[in-house]
Write a protein that binds this ligand. Structure first.
Ligand code: AMP
Length: 434
C-alpha cells in the first residue's frame, strides 16, 4: 500500500515525500481512509506507530477540500494531555500542511496567554490544545468552538490518568453535537470505553499491534543491582559503552533531580524534564538532547509521553514503573522505524514484583545480566516503595501494582539504604498542563 492509494491529494503527498516517508504505517493505512470516508473512529495506537499522521493527514485533507472559511474559524480541535505532545502534534500539522493555506495554533499552560490570544484573534483553522488552557481561554471568551466539525482526543488513556476527565467533559459540552470525532488511546480500559460511548457515534474501531507485540528491534535486558548502587551502575554503563543520547526514566520528579545532580557531578551532562520544570526549561532540555549536546535526559513517565525522538539508541529504566504498561511506553522510545534500540532496566530487590508484572504483560521473560562488580547482595531484603503519599510493595508476591494502605505513620515511613526515612515531599509525577 502506498500513500497515493489512500485518497490524499497532491499537496499532502508532496509534504509526505518531503518528510521522507515511503509507505504508510499500519495505523495510517487503516485510519486515513476511515477518516476520509467520515464517521467516528476509536483507534488503539501508541506513540511511535505513526498515529499522529494517521489523524492529521485526513484532517488536513478534509479541511483543505472543504475550502477556506471566511472569516477563519476553528474547524478542528485536537486535545492532548501534555504540552510536549501538543507542540509536537501542531508541528506535525505544520509539516504535513506546508503546501496548504490552513492555519494552526498550539495553546497550553505554563506560558503567557497574550501571544495565544493574539494568534486566536488573527484566525485559526486547526487548534491543538491541552485541556486546562483551552478551558481558561474559552472562559475568557477568546476561543470560539462553535464551528468545530472535527475533534480529536489524543492519548485519551493518559488524559484520564492525569485526572483530566472533568475538563474533557467540559470541553465536550462546549463542542457542537454534529462533528466527526476520533479517539486515540494506547489502552482500552473500562473508563476509556465509557468515554468512547459518550463521545463517539457508532465508531469504526481499529487497533494496531501494540509495540510490545512487535518490538523485535528492541534489545531488552535487566541488570539486577542493589538499590543503593544504581547511580553508580548507570554511570558505569554510560562510560563503559560510551553511550550518548540516553533517555533515563525515574518514577518520581525528586528522584529525577537527584539523579541529574549525581550525573553532572560525575562529568555526564544531564537534565531532567518533568511537570515541575518550566516550559522553557523542558523545551531547552529536549532540544539539546535532540541535538546531541546533552548526553542524558532524565524523565518521569508523564513528561516523557509523546516526546518524539527518532531512533533513540538507549533507554534506561533507572526505576521500573509500577504500572506495567508504562514499561512498554518507555521502551517504545527506542528502536523506532526499524532502527536498533536497547532498553535496559536496573532492578533492585524491591522491584521484583513490578518486573514480574511487566513480564506477564509482554508475555516473555526479560534476560537478566549481572554486571561484574555490581553483583546484588543475595541477602538483601525488599523494602516498600514510597510513591508520593502511597506506599507500594513491589517485592515478589506482593503484587506491585496494588497500592497498600499505610498501616501506621511509623511503618509508613520506609527507609532507604542508609537508614534515614525517605523524603515525603516527593509527589508522583502527575502534573496538569494548565
Ligand atoms: P507518532 O506515533 O505519531 O508519534 O509517530 C512516530 C514517528 O514516526 C514520528 O517521528 C513520525 O515522523 C514517524 N512517521 C510517521 N509516519 C511515518 C511513515 N509513514 N514512515 C516513516 N516514519 C513515519
Amino acid at each position: 500500500m502506498s500513500f497515493e492509494d489512500l485518497g490524499l491529494s497532491a499537496p499532502l503527498l508532496r509534504a509526505i515525500a518531503d518528510a521522507g516517508y515511503t509507505a504508510p504505517t499500519p495505523i495510517q493505512s487503516q485510519a486515513i481512509p476511515a477518516v476520509l470516508t467520515g464517521g467516528d473512529l476509536l483507534a488503539g495506537a501508541q506513540t511511535g506507530t505513526g498515529k499522529t499522521a494517521g489523524f492529521t493527514l485526513p484532517l488536513l485533507e478534509k479541511l483543505a477540500s472543504a475550502g477556506p472559511a471566511h472569516p477563519r474559524v476553528i474547524r478542528a480541535l485536537i486535545l492532548t494531555p501534555t504540552r510536549e505532545l501538543a507542540a509536537q502534534v501542531e508541528e506535525s500539522v505544520r509539516v504535513y500542511g506546508k503546501y496548504l493555506s490552513l492555519k494552526s495554533l498550539v495553546i497550553f499552560g505554563g506560558v503567557g496567554m497574550n501571544p495565544q490570544i493574539d494568534a486566536l484573534r488573527r484566525g485559526v483553522d486547526i487548534l491543538v490544545a491541552t485541556p486546562g488552557r483551552l478551558l481558561d481561554l474559552h472562559q475568557q471568551g477568546e476561543v470560539n468552538l462553535r464551528h468545530v466539525s472535527f475533534f480529536v482526543l489524543d492519548e485519551a488513556d493518559r488524559m484520564l490518568d492525569m485526572g483530566f476527565i472533568h475538563d474533557i467533559r467540559k470541553v465536550l459540552a462546549i463542542l457542537p453535537p454534529e462533528k466527526q470525532s476520533l479517539l486515540f488511546s494506547a489502552t482500552f480500559s473500562d473508563e476509556i470505553k465509557a468515554l468512547a460511548e459518550r463521545l463517539l457515534k457508532s465508531p469504526r474501531i481499529i487497533e494496531v499491534a501494540r509495540r510490545n507485540a512487535t518490538a523485535d528491534t528492541i534489545a531488552q535486558k535487566v541488570h539486577p543491582v542493589d538499590r543503593d548502587r544504581k547511580r553508580e551502575l548507570l554511570t558505569h554503563l554510560i562510560e563503559r559503552h560510551d553511550w550518548h543520547q540516553v533517555l533515563v526514566f525515574t518514577r518520581m520528579k525528586h528522584g529525577a533531580n537527584r539523579l541529574v545532580e549525581y550525573l553532572d557531578k560525575h562529568g555526564i551532562s544531564a537534565m531532567a524534564i518533568h511537570g515541575n520544570k518550566s516550559q522553557s526549561a523542558r523545551t531547552r532540555a529536549l532540544s539539546e538532547f535532540k541535538a546531541g549536546t546533552l548526553r542524558v535526559l532524565v524523565a518521569t513517565d508523564i513528561a516523557a509521553r509523546g516526546i518524539d525522538i527518532d531512533q533513540l539508541p538507549h533507554v534506561v529504566n533507572f526505576e521500573l514503573p509500577n504500572v506495567p504498561e508504562d514499561y512498554v511506553h518507555r521502551i517504545g522510545r527506542t528502536g523506532r522505524a526499524g532502527a536498533e534500540g536497547e532498553a535496559v532496566s536496573l532492578v533492585c530487590v524491591d522491584e521484583e514484583g513490578f518486573l514480574a508484572d511487566i513480564e506477564r504483560l509482554i508475555k516473555r521473560p526479560l534476560p537478566r545480566e549481572v554486571v561484574p562488580g555490581f553483583e546484588p547482595d543475595p541477602h538483601a531484603k525488599a523494602e516498600p516503595i514510597q510513591l508520593g503519599r502511597r506506599v507500594l510493595h513491589g517485592a515478589p508476591g506482593a503484587r506491585g501494582s496494588e497500592p497498600a494502605r499505610s498501616p501506621s505513620p511509623r511503618s509508613a515511613a520506609p527507609r532507604n539504604g542508609r537508614g534515614t526515612p525517605r523524603k515525603a515531599d516527593d509527589r508522583p509525577a502527575r502534573s496538569r498542563s494548565r
